[in-house]
Design a protein around this ligand. Structure first.
Ligand SMILES: *[C@@H]1O[C@H](CO)[C@@H](O)[C@H](O)[C@H]1NC(C)=O
Ligand SMILES: *[C@@H]1O[C@H](CO)[C@@H](O)[C@H](O)[C@H]1NC(C)=O
Ligand SMILES: *[C@@H]1O[C@H](CO)[C@@H](O)[C@H](O)[C@H]1NC(C)=O
Ligand SMILES: *[C@@H]1O[C@H](CO)[C@@H](O)[C@H](O)[C@H]1NC(C)=O
Length: 408
């Protein structure tokens, strides 16, 4: 006697289940590849509302989260018309206008389809810190006007707020270490590696109305108010950060020189002008600054016409001020001075707190080290699902045959 119908059906169904189950398994094991998701670009906008002027930065990064490190780049830097937002204290209604030009430039750069998903922030620093101390309600009015103006734009406006000096220092520290690739790196062997903590750099920032110093201290921090702690890529970082309000260049110079209208900031410009950006020694820097200061004005004017460089008359004062701040204030000596580098940019990105701020708010710097991911192409995935369904159906069929087929 041959097999019964029941036996044949059972065998066939079981065979089908086995074959399709194996196929699905093979597809999962072999058909899975390491992928780079299509490089869909994302954008973010940050306004840096400083004491002397407001700048806008547009950042862009590939949407694939897993290798975003070091991938955020600056797509646009724009300087808003007029002076800082704190100067609109008596006329807050006009502050929105001053930001429109840059905002329009940013919106023209970012594809329309991405506008609604582009986060935008405004962070205000020392100028507004001063105003808010002087007259809180005026500062609130300025912020309200800013929020009203920016809230009408088609992007995802996340707010305008006052940053503490500590935040400013901490975000600046994150920016420089991120841009230099010192927080985490994607190694050639395809692994995420964390560079040694000793390679992290400190940050000194000279703003218009405040100065910040931030670094990983050698010992414990006694004054906890100067401590900032964050978790980046699975590592805890504790930095010392301190901001000195009113010791920014403008404030100090205003005391020296009756009036001074600046639109530029940072150590960089002064040291750049004096040709001191390529790691000069302390004595070299000191000698160069003094030499410049002792030059007769006619000679200075002759070398660089003041109509081309409106800050010409300030380089001597700001150079001496920086030197004094670094040596007398922060206690740099000939030995420790060697490690200072004066930078405005790194890797095409302006070094300011704005990038660190955006990285933090958009969670682009995860608290944990990102894990590599595995993925399947859509075709393979579909086939896998079909085979899995087939396996299930055949198995159920076989069970059904065994239990319910009453025959013979
Ligand atoms: C991502 O990482 C891979 C592997 O290191 C590299 O080849 C690729 O250029 C990176 N691309 C992006 C968009 O990050
Ligand atoms: C703050 O500014 C408002 C509006 O300009 C004014 O009415 C008020 O008197 C000021 N307050 C102080 C404490 O100066
Ligand atoms: C800088 O140079 C001046 C004049 O040569 C000198 O008096 C001063 O002590 C020097 N300062 C430093 C920190 O080297
Ligand atoms: C980063 O952002 C979070 C909110 O998302 C905030 O709680 C945290 O304090 C920020 N980090 C720093 C260093 O300010």
């Amino acid at each position: 006697m041959g097999l019964t119908w029941k036996q044949r059906a059972f065998t066939a169904l079981l065979g089908t289940a086995a074959v399709s189950g194996l196929t699905a398994l093979l597809l999962i094991l072999v058909g899975t590849i390491n992928v780079l998701l299509p490089p869909d670009t994302k954008f973010g906008i940050v306004f840096d509302a400083g004491s002397s002027h407001t700048s806008l930065f547009v950042y862009q990064w590939p949407a694939n989260k897993e290798n975003d490190t070091g991938m955020v780049s600056q797509a646009l830097a724009c300087q808003a018309e007029g002076s800082g937002i704190s100067s609109y204290a008596s006329n807050p209604a006009r502050v929105g206008e001053s930001l429109q030009g840059c905002l329009e430039e940013a919106l023209a750069l970012i594809p329309k389809a991405k506008h609604h998903e582009t986060p935008m922030f405004l962070g205000a620093t020392a100028g507004m810190r001063l105003l808010s101390r002087k007259n809180r309600s005026q500062a609130e009015d300025v912020f309200a006007a800013v929020r009203q103006a920016l809230g009408q734009s088609p992007v995802d406006f996340r707010g305008a707020e006052l940053l503490t000096g500590q935040d400013e220092g901490a975000f600046g520290w994150i920016t420089i270490n991120y841009v230099l690739g010192l927080l985490v790196k994607y190694s050639f062997s395809g692994e995420w590696i964390r560079p040694l903590e000793e390679t992290l750099v400190g940050a000194l920032d000279m703003g218009g109305a405040s100065t910040q110093i931030t670094f990983v201290p050698g010992g414990p921090i006694l004054d906890k108010t100067t401590q900032a702690t964050f978790r980046l890529y699975g590592a805890d970082h504790t930095v010392y950060t301190h901001s000195y309000l009113c010791f920014g260049r403008d404030q100090a110079l205003s005391r020296l020189l009756a009036e001074l209208v600046q639109a530029f900031s940072s150590f960089y410009y002064t040291f750049h002008f004096l040709n001191l950006t390529s790691k000069p020694s302390l004595s070299e820097a000191n000698a160069t600054i003094w030499e410049f200061c002792l030059l007769p004005w006619k000679l200075v004017e002759g070398s660089a016409p003041p109509d081309q460089d409106p800050w010409l008359r300030d380089y001597c004062a700001s150079g001496l001020y920086f030197l004094t701040l670094l040596v007398e204030g922060y206690g740099f000596s000939e030995e420790t001075w060697g490690g200072i580098e004066f930078r405005q940019q790194a890797g095409g990105t302006d070094i300011s707190w704005t990038l660190g701020y955006m990285l933090n708010l958009t969670n682009l710097i995860p608290a944990e080290v990102p894990a590599p991911r595995r993925a399947q192409s859509f075709g393979v995935w579909t086939a896998g699902v079909v085979f899995l369904v087939l396996t299930l159906a055949a198995t159920l069929g076989a069970v059904g045959v065994q239990l319910f087929w009453i025959q013979d």
